[in-house]
Design a protein around this ligand. Structure first.
Ligand code: MSP
Length: 508
């Protein structure tokens, strides 16, 4: 991953219902990666979008009394709006109803068909519509229920087109063995490899009983299985959503998803790509579930948290920070209003917001608002910033967002300790301590600048406001801007309203 381009994706979200905090989570995490890689100076392509075909969507549309397309248009717009509110910096938003996506999926299928990887057969199996997937008896829960949703599965039997997934077993295993970091974290790699080693059945890749989908090019009475249509979005988007020569971004450097769709991405997706003769992605990063009350947040369980009220009350950066820090990337974590409030007040407001406020006020009071020169008396903070910057880069290289945020926060705490230890208000009373006061004010301003640049991927708006307040260019947020001390001395600070103001009352 040392090249100068970076292509990152989220799963495309089903438009059967409104977005919730679970969807916001993946988009925010992907955005943090995208922004960090832009900080490195890489040319980033960040893709998200909506998955709009299949029985699940057709049924939701019918229940709402709309045509599938009208329903998909309305819900897709909600996901797009959510992205804007999250300040997601995605470069394109794909919809699987885009005509150019449909045409390319049909072309790819025809290629696979010509190569002999697709044949006609009949299949009967237990189908879960919320998953849009078949299960074998042994995988089902009590009373013929879906192992993921706990809802009843249906027996589905029809004549379909099949993809020779089983024929790819050896090649898939070889790929896993040659690329030990292909799926992270490690336990997910092992889980996916085991699925392949245990044996693969061929995959039914068309449906005859539903019409809401992409027609099979050589048999238009059937539509392409929604997962095949959906997975190819990562490829088709580059053909029309990334400008001329969009294919230069292929293959994806990082594909994010929750663990429920591991098999689709780590087993079926690479086999489809092999069949279509397309290079495989560099890495899949599988995260856990955002839980509420101990359960996965999902439409099916009904325990949803609407992100919009939290954003309205606390600001988007508070949500971005909370999710990246509270839920250890790769593991499940609980969303709670109490936990949110505690991190907002205890960390964002009291540790970071106050630090900026105090620094700017002291420079105003003791140095007429101009950041003094570096007297060369501090070495610890600059060394710590250099060290932590390397650690943050390393954390992103292993797809560990939470560790990156925690590491930046170590610096916030180091600067707060410096204020307490040096007590600038006491130095200001001592006429012989002018240099010492200059130094601590310089170190605080320079240190804060570095910290907010490092935190910019997580809290972009707040970081930019902080930079302005420190007399810095708010657009200068590359990793080289995080190097301690550059362009700080002599800049004029401006007092601003608190970055993270007190919030009265809180969302349910
Ligand atoms: N449409 C498929 C994906 C096709 S990708 C080619 C799908 N959609 S989904 O809307 O059900 O979920 C997509 C993703 O949303 C999950 O993989 C995950 O990234 C995110 N999440 C949805 N609910 C979530 C939680 N409760 N917790 C964490 N992530 C969640 O599957």
């Amino acid at each position: 991953m040392s090249h100068d381009r970076f292509y990152i994706t989220t799963p495309i979200y089903y438009v059967n219902a409104d977005p919730h905090v679970g969807h916001a989570y993946t988009t925010i995490m992907a955005d943090i990666f995208a922004r960090h890689h832009r900080q490195r100076g890489e040319e980033v392509f960040f893709l998200t979008g909506t998955d709009e075909h299949g029985a699940k969507i057709a049924r939701a549309a019918e229940a709402a009394g709309h045509t599938p397309k009208a329903h998909a248009d309305a819900l897709s717009a909600r996901f797009r709006d959510l992205g804007r509110v999250l300040e997601a910096s995605n470069d394109f938003f794909i919809r699987t109803t885009d005509p150019k996506h449909i045409a390319e999926v049909q072309r790819l299928l025809a290629v696979m068909h010509e190569r002999g990887d697709i044949y006609k057969g009949s299949y009967g199996g237990w189908y879960c519509t919320p998953c849009e997937a078949f299960y074998v008896e042994g995988e089902l829960g009590d009373g013929n229920t879906c192992p993921i949703h706990g809802t009843p599965v249906e027996w589905l039997e029809e004549e379909n087109w099949f993809f020779r997934l089983s024929a790819y077993r050896e090649r898939l295993l070889a790929h896993f063995d040659a690329h030990p970091g292909w799926v992270v974290p490690g336990p997910r790699y092992n889980e996916a490899r085991r699925m392949i080693a245990d044996g693969l059945e061929d995959l039914s890749i068309s449906r005859s009983q539903i019409s809401w989908g992409v027609p099979v090019p050589w048999d238009p009475k059937q539509v392409i299985y929604v997962w095949v249509d959906a997975l190819f979005n990562y490829w088709t988007a580059l053909g029309y959503g990334a400008g001329p020569d969009g294919e230069r971004f292929w293959p994806p450097d990082l594909q994010l998803m929750a663990k429920d769709i591991l098999k689709f991405h780590a087993v079926i997706w690479p086999a489809l790509l092999m069949a279509a003769e397309i290079a495989l992605p560099e890495r899949l990063a599988v995260h856990g579930y955002v839980l509420k009350g101990g359960e996965k947040m999902s439409k099916t369980t009904g325990n949803l948290v609407d992100p919009f009220p939290f954003i309205a009350d606390y600001g988007i950066d508070a949500l971005r920070y909370y999710l990246s820090r509270e839920i250890r990337f790769g593991e499940d974590g609980t969303f709670s209003a109490e936990g949110f409030e505690a991190r907002y007040t205890g960390e964002l407001a009291n540790e970071l917001g106050n630090l900026l406020n105090r620094t700017v006020n002291m420079i105003g009071r003791y140095r007429d608002g101009v950041i003094p020169a570096d007297r060369g008396l501090d070495t610890e903070i600059p060394a710590e910033i250099a060290l932590r910057t390397d650690e943050i880069i390393a954390a992103f290289n292993t797809a560990d967002v939470t560790r990156a945020v925690e590491t930046a926060w170590v610096l916030v705490r180091a600067l707060n300790r410096l204020v307490e230890q040096r007590a600038p208000w006491a130095l200001a009373k001592d006429p012989a301590a002018g240099d010492a006061l200059d130094q601590v004010l310089f170190t605080l301003a320079a240190g804060l600048k570095s910290v907010v640049v490092l935190l910019w991927p997580v809290i972009p708006g707040s970081a930019e406001r902080a930079l302005s307040s420190l007399g810095q260019d708010p657009a200068a947020v590359t990793l080289s801007d995080a190097i301690f001390g550059t362009g700080v001395a002599g800049a004029r600070v401006t007092a601003i309203l608190p970055l993270f103001p007190r919030v009265e009352g809180r969302p349910e």
